[in-house]
Design a protein around this ligand. Structure first.
Ligand code: FAD
Ligand code: SF4
Length: 490
C-alpha cells in the first residue's frame, strides 16, 4: 500500500485565490489504510524525532482499529495541540523524516493521521477528561496565547491549577492566528481549541498587554506563578540600502494584515469584522496597509517558513510573477521541503545562491540588486556561509519586495527589574527542561518557554516548552506553602 496524503485543493483554485487549507481530511477508510502502513518497527525513531515524543505507533494502531476516542486521549497525553501540530509541523524534518518506511517506500503520513484522529474525535464530542483532576487552589497567569502559552494552560488545568491566559491580541493563537496563513491552518481550528481549553476551565483575558495594561507586579501579586510565552517578534533587519522605499514590506505585517482581511472575508456572513477590533503590532502601524498585488511582480527575500508563506500568499493575491531569492542553495534552505514543493507547484520561481545587496527605485521600489554566491566554510552554528561571487551582480525587477529574514527574541524591558536574566540576543534565560523546576527563570515564580526562550522556532517546540514549564510550575508550587494573598485573591 502506498503513502498517500489527503487530497489537495486543485491548483487552479489556489492560483485563483482560494485560501482554504491546502490539504483536505482523510475519510475513515483512508485514515485506517494509512495508519495501517506503520510497521511497528520496535524502535520508533518517529517518536524520538518528534519534539513531544508522541506515542505515534500506538495511536496509529488505535486509528487503524477505528478507536478514535482512545487515540485522541493518547494523542493528548503528550501533545496539548495535536490537530494543530498535525497541520503545521514540518513532518519531513521530524517524525516522518525518521520513519523507517522513508527509506524508499514513503513515510507513514503521521501528521495527517494525527489531524484526522483529533478533528474527528472533537467533531464527535470527545473532550479531555477532567473528572479525576483534583483542584489545588493554585492560580497561574499565562502571558501569551501562542502555542507555548496554550500548551502550558492545558497542562496546568490538568494538574488542577487555575490558568488565566493574557494576550495583547483579541484572539488566541499567537502566530497560529496572526502569522501562519489559513491555507496552512484554518482559523476555525484555533477557535475550536480555545473552546476546548475553556471547557477545561482555562480563562482568557484578551486585548490586555502585560507591561502596558497590567503590570507584571500586579500579576505576581494576584497569582502564585506566571508563565511567559511572549514569542519572538524583533524583525531581523537586513540593513539593505533602499529598504524604506514604497512597495517594500516586512513579512509579518504583510501576513498579519492579509490574514485579517482573509479572516474578515471568511466571516463576512456572520457580520464579524475583526479589523474593527484589531490592534496593530506596536511600531508597525505605518507599514501594514495591504498593497494590491494583482498583476504585480513580487520578490520575496528569505527562504524560511515565513518566506514560503509570503510567496504562496502573493500567488493567492493574484501576483503576475512571484520570485523567492535565497542566499544559500536549496539543500540549506530552512523552509520545509513540502512547503517549497507546494510553492513551486503554485508557480513560484526560486533563485538560489542569490544575496540581495540593495533595493532600487525612485520613491517606489523597482528592483533588487543581487549577487550570486557560493557556499564557504561552516560558521559557528555549522551552517556554511554564503560567499559573494565577484562580478555576478544582476537586478531582479520588482513592483513589491517582501523582506522575510526572520525574527529574534526581544524580552521586554520590564523583565529586567524582576531578576530575570537575558541572553545577549534578547532571549529569556531559564533552567531549561532538566532544571529542578523546568523552565524557571531567575525569579522563582516566573517561568518562560517557546520562541521567547529559544528564539524563532516551531509550533511543536513551543508546545513542548509550554508543556514542560507547566510541569515545572506544578512541581514548584507543590514545594511551596500556600500563600493566602496570592492563591485566594481574585
Ligand atoms: P507566539 O506564537 O508568537 O505567541 C506569543 C503570544 O504572546 C502572542 O499572541 C503575543 O501577542 C503575546 N504577547 C507577547 N507579549 C505580550 C505581552 N506583553 N502581553 C500580552 N501578550 C503578549 N512553525 C511551525 O511549526 N510550522 C509552520 O508552518 C510555521 N509557520 C510560520 C509562519 C510564520 C509567518 C511565522 C512568523 C512563524 C511560523 N512558524 C511555524 C513558527 C511558529 O509560529 C512559532 O515558533 C510559534 O508560534 C511560537 O510560539 P510561542 O507561543 O512561543 O509564540
Ligand atoms: Fe510529527 Fe509534529 Fe505530530 Fe510530533 S507533533 S508526531 S513531529 S506532526
Amino acid at each position: 500500500m502506498q503513502r498517500e496524503m489527503p487530497a489537495r485543493i486543485p491548483l487552479q483554485l489556489r492560483r485563483d485565490g482560494d485560501w482554504g487549507e491546502l490539504y483536505g481530511r482523510f475519510g475513515e477508510a483512508e485514515a485506517k489504510h494509512q495508519a495501517g502502513r506503520c510497521l511497528d518497527c520496535g524502535n520508533p525513531y518517529c517518536s524520538w524525532k518528534c519534539p513531544l515524543h508522541n506515542i505515534i505507533p500506538r495511536w496509529l494502531e488505535l486509528a487503524r482499529e477505528g478507536r478514535v476516542f482512545e487515540a485522541a486521549d493518547l494523542c493528548h497525553e503528550t501533545n496539548p495541540l495535536p490537530e494543530i501540530c498535525g497541520r503545521v509541523c514540518p513532518q519531513d524534518r521530524l517524525c516522518e523524516g525518521s520513519c523507517t518506511l522513508n527509506d524508499g517506500f514513503g513515510a507513514v503520513t503521521i501528521g495527517a493521521v494525527e489531524k484526522y484522529i483529533v478533528d474527528r474525535a472533537l467533531a464527535e464530542g470527545w473532550r479531555p477528561g477532567m473528572d479525576k483532576v483534583q483542584r489545588t487552589g493554585r492560580r497561574v497567569a499565562v502571558v501569551g496565547a501562542g502555542p507555548a502559552g496554550l500548551a502550558c494552560a492545558d497542562r496546568l488545568a490538568r494538574a488542577g491549577i487555575d490558568a488565566v491566559v493574557f494576550d495583547r491580541y483579541e484572539a488566541v493563537g499567537g502566530l497560529l492566528q496572526f502569522g501562519i496563513p489559513s491555507f496552512k491552518l484554518d482559523k476555525s481550528i484555533v477557535a475550536l481549541r480555545r473552546e476546548v481549553l475553556e471547557g477545561m476551565g482555562v480563562q482568557f483575558r484578551l486585548g490586555v498587554e502585560v507591561g502596558r495594561d497590567i503590570s507584571l507586579d500586579a500579576l505576581l501579586a494576584e497569582f502564585d506563578a506566571v508563565f511567559l510565552g511572549l514569542g519572538s517578534y524583533r524583525y531581523t533587519d537586513g540593513g539593505l540600502p533602499g529598504q524604506d522605499l514604497k512597495g517594500v514590506l516586512p513579512a509579518l505585517p504583510f501576513l498579519v494584515q492579509n490574514g485579517r482581511v482573509v479572516h474578515t472575508v471568511t466571516h463576512h456572513d456572520e457580520g464579524v469584522d475583526p479589523k474593527v477590533t484589531s490592534r496593530p503590532i506596536a511600531g508597525w502601524e505605518d507599514r501594514i496597509e495591504l498593497p494590491d498585488l494583482a498583476g504585480k511582480r513580487v520578490v520575496v527575500l528569505g527562504g524560511g517558513d515565513t518566506g514560503m508563506d509570503c510567496v504562496r500568499s502573493a500567488i493567492r493575491l493574484g501576483a503576475a510573477q512571484v520570485t523567492c531569492a535565497y542566499r544559500r542553495d536549496e539543500a540549506n534552505m530552512p523552509g520545509s521541503a513540502r512547503e517549497v514543493a507546494n510553492a513551486r507547484e503554485e508557480g513560484v520561481t526560486f533563485l538560489f545562491n542569490r544575496q540581495p545587496l540593495a533595493l532600487l527605485g525612485d520613491g517606489h521600489v523597482s528592483g533588487v540588486r543581487v549577487a550570486e554566491t557560493t557556499l564557504g566554510e561552516p560558521d559557528a552554528h555549522g551552517r556554511r556561509n554564503a560567499v559573494l561571487v565577484d562580478g555576478s551582480e544582476t537586478v531582479l525587477e520588482a513592483d513589491v519586495v517582501i523582506i522575510a529574514f526572520g525574527f529574534q527574541a526581544e524580552a521586554p524591558e520590564w523583565l529586567a527589574r524582576h531578576g530575570v536574566a537575558l541572553a545577549g540576543n534578547g532571549r529569556i534565560l531559564t533552567s531549561g527542561e532538566h532544571g529542578a523546576f523546568a523552565y524557571q527563570t531567575g525569579h522563582p515564580r516566573l517561568f518562560a518557554g517557546g520562541d521567547c526562550v529559544r528564539g524563532a522556532d516551531l509550533v511543536v517546540t513551543a508546545t513542548f516548552e509550554g508543556r514542560e514549564a507547566a510541569a515545572g510550575i506544578a512541581r514548584y508550587l507543590a514545594s511551596q506553602p500556600v500563600v493566602e494573598s496570592a492563591s485566594t485573591s481574585k
